[in-house]
Design a protein around this ligand. Structure first.
Ligand code: NAD
Length: 315
């Protein structure tokens, strides 16, 4: 008997390689521009839904998809998906693990250097016609302490790169072993407070969970050195953005660089500050990472559909 061809709804933009790899194997529907209501309607007979970080797959949306067998996240972090409910429904959850690690790690180092050497600020001044050669010196990474919160895939790669720059690296992650930290040449801290007090740069690479939500608030920002910089390329909600604005305005810290926000796009209060660098959640947006994500995701979806006996004839 001919099996039904699986329907895959793609909710957020993906590299064309994904569509090339699955052409002839599934009925593919792009739903990039649809509002959440229209998107949910398309899920009525979907077998697979693909999202990045923008689309929310809450219980209500998942309920609109009675045939759904696979939720595939292009990237990492399933905080936009009601994971508990999906698991209860027996839905397979996929993500692309390591595919974006290098891209996010390199952006993080780029942001650290941009903060240290005030690259974006000087660029802005130059373009306004201000030859601001004597407007204050930057600082070097060499010999400084980098505090990494979350020593997973990206945190570990940032640690490796930072060590090449001659930085001392400390980390706070209650779920990694001392052996792993030692292998990376990183000193593991038992208390977040110690990391915050000692670090010249603090970079966040933890997953967003109930435990990490708001973990950097006023108290934590006040523990940091007034000369220290905060970088967040993980998830916006890990930092209390209101407290961060006060920290930047009040000089509790020297500056910050953010790729992720509590709400995306973020409030304009951040954009009004001189000592903050903002990028629009582009951590994984490199040509290489997007192709890697597309390939890994297509392969994983095919395996998952085969495992649950859903691969049919070509359409
Ligand atoms: P990962 O799962 O490999 O690592 C996350 C680490 O966080 C783990 O080691 C875990 O033990 C640690 N952690 C959990 N709870 C913690 C806590 N309470 N305190 C400190 N650490 C804790 O994930 P990853 O692939 O390295 O991704 C890291 C972060 O980067 C995630 O938040 C992910 O969503 C984000 N990310 C952002 C972009 C972007 O475009 N900016 C792209 C990819 C990933």
């Amino acid at each position: 008997m001919m099996k039904r061809v699986p329907k895959i709804v793609v909710g957020d933009p993906l590299d064309e390689m994904f569509f090339r790899l699955l052409r002839g194997k599934a009925f593919l529907v792009k739903a990039y521009e649809l509002d959440q209501g229209e998107f949910a309607k398309l899920l009525k007979d979907a077998d697979v839904v693909v999202v990045r970080s923008r689309r929310r797959l809450d219980r209500c949306t998942i309920d609109r998809a009675p045939r759904l067998k696979v939720i595939a996240r292009a990237g990492v972090g399933l905080d936009n998906v009601d994971v508990d409910y999906a698991v209860k429904r027996g839905i397979t959850l996929l993500s692309t693990g390591d595919a974006s690690t290098e891209a996010v790690a390199e952006l993080t180092i780029g942001l650290m250097i941009a903060l240290a050497r005030r690259i974006t600020e000087l660029d802005r001044k130059m373009k306004r016609g201000n030859w601001c050669k004597n407007s204050g010196a930057g600082v070097e990474l060499r010999g400084k302490t980098l505090g990494i919160i979350g020593l997973g895939r990206i945190g570990s790669r940032v640690a490796e790169l930072a060590r090449v720059f001659g930085m001392r690296v400390v980390a706070y992650d209650p779920y990694v072993s001392r052996e792993k930290a030692e292998r990376l040449g990183v000193e593991l801290k038992q208390r977040l407070e110690d990391l915050l007090r000692e670090s010249d740069f603090v970079s966040i690479h933890a997953v967003l969970t109930e435990e990490t939500e708001g973990m950097i608030g006023e108290r934590e920002l006040r523990l940091m050195k007034p000369t220290a910089y905060l970088v967040n390329t993980a998830r916006g909600a890990i930092v209390d953005e209101e407290a961060l604005v006060r920290a930047l305005e009040g000089g509790w810290i020297a500056g910050a660089a953010l790729d992720v926000y509590e709400r995306e796009p973020p409030s304009s209060r951040l954009a009004g500050l001189e000592n903050v660098i903002l990028t629009p959640h582009v951590g994984a947006s490199t040509v290489e990472a997007q192709k890697r994500i597309a390939r890994v995701l297509a392969e994983k979806i095919l395996v998952a559909l085969e495992n649950i006996g859903e691969m049919g004839e070509s359409p």
